[in-house]
Write a protein that binds this ligand. Structure first.
Ligand code: ZN
Length: 245
């Protein structure tokens, strides 16, 4: 199976469309790691598009919970809270119900892959450092664990109890998955990258060929920014898209 891996789309339809165009027919089914909504100006457009893609597995993110009333937003900063309130006012009843029904991670997808939003031990936890990565990777029940939430692409590996981290470089060198190694992978964010590269990030995982690709693609950032400004969302949400921060 060839999976299209989408995480942290954040209501950025322009970025999602660029990813789908770039990915072409290189995939069979999508896996979606949460945070469809929040920050961007197209929550309904993104949710409709994702629903039409018929993901094989999809889980909720913290912004999805906040947008549909499953979370009181007390953990959010002012900008995130403002965006969540705006999003809640925009969601169609059907899309609100869809977000409410999304399961929490982790979810086992098949014999090779499991997915979570933040960490396998806590859907809202950020995996930034080796300590958290070690704890998370040791909890995996499959050779490949996919996560999001930090918006930072990274590949952690565990082999013979040694943890290593690799930041994917530009270009599209596929990663051949080795036997006896466990992988904990963040594909980066489709709609709000934070690693200094403003291009949309996504992944393709071929479980048959045992190959993982982490990809970047440019999208019309100004278009997404204009929509955020026109919606009256906090200007920082438009500005940061150009910085990839
Ligand atoms: Zn996110």
């Amino acid at each position: 199976m060839r999976y299209l891996i989408l995480s942290d789309i954040h209501a950025n339809l322009d970025a999602l469309e660029a990813v789908l165009h770039d990915a072409g027919d290189a995939w069979d089914r999508p896996l979606v790691l949460g945070d469809l909504a929040g920050y961007g100006a197209d929550p309904n457009g993104v949710i409709d598009r994702v629903r039409a893609l018929d993901p094989l597995a999809i889980i909720r993110g913290n912004h999805d919970k906040a947008a549909c009333g499953l979370d009181d937003r007390s953990q959010f900063n002012q900008v995130a809270r403002t965006a969540a309130e705006w999003t809640a006012g925009q969601l169609t009843p059907a899309n609100c119900d869809y977000l409410r029904a999304l399961p929490a991670g982790p979810i086992v997808v098949d014999e090779t892959v499991e997915i979570c939003h933040g960490a396998p031990f806590d859907e809202d936890h950020y995996i930034f450092d080796g300590l958290d990565a070690q704890r998370a990777i040791e909890m995996l029940t499959r050779p490949v664990g996919l996560f999001g939430h930090t918006h930072l692409p990274v590949v952690f590996t565990l082999a013979k109890r040694e943890l290593a981290a690799t930041i994917p470089e530009d270009g599209r060198e596929p990663i051949a998955l080795a036997g006896g190694v466990t992988y904990l992978v963040n594909p980066g964010s489709v709609g709000q990258p934070r690693d200094g590269d403003p291009r949309a990030a996504y992944g393709v995982l071929d479980t048959g060929a045992r190959v993982l690709e982490l990809r970047r693609v440019a999208y019309p950032i100004e278009q997404a920014q204009r929509k955020i400004q026109a919606a009256g969302l906090p200007p920082v949400l438009a500005n940061r898209l150009a910085l990839g921060r």
